[in-house]
Write a protein that binds this ligand. Structure first.
Ligand code: ATP
Ligand SMILES: Nc1ccn([C@@H]2O[C@H](COP(=O)(O)O)[C@@H](O)[C@H]2O)c(=O)n1
Length: 230
């Protein structure tokens, strides 16, 4: 596959449902290829954190939109030194809290929020200095970077996703974790389509694959991208 210019980073777009392995697999792929890594869900999570920290109700769309003016988010694209900041606060760990997962869809459904964050994502992609960038989320293959040379839908069965996620969360039963994933997918699906692959998008189903096999499967899809040298 050819890419138009050596200066423009190759974009690998990856979407998928909650807990499908998007961030961990994308980060590992980026590290292997020497690419950048952009976790777009982290921006929506950071906004949910900012809204709550500002004492705003996440259901109050007008106030959520107003909060964008003070939302100073920075998401690094170094897969080895991944960190998320809002202003001076390192929120890398805080935004993974199940409390944030439970409310993030409420801010992500607001159209002005999506427009604002999509602009930030595109700016970050354009500024990437590595030869490529793996960008993961829900609408990367369809809205953020529909022309990306590589577009992947990363899936796994709901049972396997719940089991993997509950293994991360000490003291959480698989059934309640599964319910939370399902509720988030249901809410997010009303806004963007990520449960089925759009035209031209390759599905990688990791249900029967271990982590390394999944990374290999994604890298196999990326295949032989060759930057065009003039
Ligand atoms: N193929 C795999 N085999 C085993 N474990 C996996 C595999 N893929 C991902 N995992 C594990 O599943 C868990 C969920 O992965 P991850 O957090 O990357 O998913 P995600 O899609 O980014 O989730 P979310 O949408 O909630 O942010 C992690 O513990 C990760 O290590
Ligand atoms: N492109 C995206 C990415 C994420 N979202 C919203 O953010 C939430 C958190 O995303 P994770 O990938 O960290 O799970 C997700 O549930 C969506 O509400 C989005 O809308 N678009």
């Amino acid at each position: 596959m050819n890419v138009t210019s050596p200066e423009i980073p190759v974009v690998v777009a990856i979407d998928g449902p909650a807990g499908s392995g998007k961030s961990s697999v994308s980060k590992a792929v980026a590290r292997r290829l020497g690419y950048g890594f952009l976790d777009t869900g982290a921006a929506y999570r950071a906004l949910a954190w900012h809204v709550q920290a500002s004492g705003i109700d996440t259901d109050d769309a007008a106030s959520v939109v107003a909060s964008l003016a003070s939302f100073d988010v920075r998401i690094g694209t170094d897969p080895a030194g991944y960190a998320v900041h809002v202003g001076d606060v390192d929120v890398t760990t805080a935004i993974r809290d199940p409390e944030i997962s439970a409310v993030v869809s409420r801010v992500a459904r607001v159209p002005e929020v999506r427009t604002h964050l999509i602009e930030l994502f595109r700016a970050s992609m354009a500024l990437e200095s590595r030869p490529g960038i793996v960008v993961e989320g829900r609408d990367i293959t369809t809205v953020v970077a529909p022309d990306a040379p590589v577009r992947i839908l990363l899936t796994a069965s709901p049972e396997v996703r719940a089991a993997r996620r509950s293994a991360e969360l000490v003291g959480s039963a698989t059934t309640s974790v599964g319910d939370a994933l399902r509720a988030r997918d249901e809410a997010d699906s009303k806004v963007v389509e990520f449960m089925t692959a759009a035209d031209g998008v390759t599905t990688v189903d990791s249900t029967e694959l271990d982590f390394d096999q999944t990374v290999d499967a994604v890298i196999a899809v990326i295949g032989n991208i060759q930057p065009v040298t003039d």
